[in-house]
Every structure is written in C-alpha cells, then in structure tokens.
Design a binder for this molecule. Structure first.
Ligand SMILES: [Zn+2]
Length: 183
C-alpha cells in the first residue's frame, strides 16, 4: 500500500488514451496493488474518484470513493467502486451541472454540464462484469473519471470558463449555491 504521485495538468500522461487491461490480467498482483494504491492515494488527497492515468499508469482503470447521500441520515448514493475498461452510454439528453474539482488540476473548481443518467459497463477488480445504470452526482463522477481515460479533463468540458474559481474563492463566493443546477 502506498500513496502515489499524482500527475498534474501539463503532464502528457493526462492527454493520452489509456490502454485497456486484458481481462486475464485483472487479478494479477500488479493490477491489484495499483488498485489498492489508488484507493490510498484518493483518500490521502480527499478525491471522490481517481483514474489510473492520474497516477502515471496509462490504463483503463478508475476507482471511486463512497458518496454519502446528503438527503439521508447515514445513507449512500454510491459505494466504493473499481471499474476496469469502462464504457459509458448516455441514457438521456438531460444534463446536470456541478462544480467539479480534480486532483490533477489542484485548487480549481468549475461548473461542468454532464449527462444526468448513464449506463456504466466494465469489470470490477475480481473480473466480474459490471452493467448498471447510474444517475445524478455518481454519474457525474464516472463521466469525469472516464474522461481521464480518454485524455480529457473537466476544463475541456466547461461551456463557460466564467465559473472557473480557485478553491478559496469558490468557498467564499460560490459554495452556497454550487449544488446541482439544471443546465
Ligand atoms: Zn480528475
């Protein structure tokens, strides 16, 4: 278990299309260790998701943190997850927009339109198939992380850079009304 170095914007690994992982390799010690290290790294830096290229491994692999449900006492919108070779299909044209941040674009926040409901397919860390529908904030997290596997960062998805803010100014001027906004 180790905390890995996070690639920051400008590092070419963030602009590459990551390589798929052969299904037979998923349970190998190197991939299992990478997954454990990615969870450690995500927790250390307080991320809700992390894609392998962000830790300099250009592989189709992402992890997400559990996401508490703000409207429920102790409930969760999503559990921790590992998705290998993910594929996203949009299930609606309806958009949602949240202020996103990124461990590879430290200290910035910006409002990004995303699709509200998606189908997520791929494999978990045991090599089992994943095929499920995800909606709302967890769907946004998956779209953000899958973008990393295709060399895209959230800044590329912003329609309007006027909402780009440093974290301190975000906390001061935007946070109070930064929740979900219909786009
Ligand atoms: Zn990111």
């Amino acid at each position: 278990m180790a905390i890995l170095k996070v690639a920051r914007l400008g590092h070419p690994v963030l602009r590459r299309i990551a390589d798929p992982i052969e299904p037979g390799r998923i349970k190998s010690p190197d991939i299992q260790r990478l997954i454990d290290d990615m969870f450690d790294t995500m927790a250390e830096y307080g991320g809700v998701g992390l894609a392998a290229p962000q830790v300099h491994s250009s592989l189709q692999l992402l992890v997400t943190e559990e996401i508490p449900d703000p409207d429920s006492d102790g409930g969760y919108l999503a559990q921790r997850s590992v998705v290998i070779n993910p594929k996203i299909t949009f299930l609606t044209a309806e958009e949602v927009a949240y202020f996103e941040g990124c461990l590879s674009v430290p200290d910035f926040r910006g409002r990004v339109p995303r699709i509200r409901r998606i189908r997520l397919q791929g494999f978990d860390r045991d090599g089992n198939s994943i095929d499920r529908e995800v909606e709302g904030f967890p769907a946004v997290v998956y779209q953000h992380e899958v973008d990393h596997l295709n060399g895209i960062v959230f800044l590329d998805r912003m329609k309007d850079l006027s909402t780009l803010a440093y974290q301190l100014e975000f906390d001061r001027y935007w946070a109070a009304h930064a929740g979900e906004v219909a786009d």
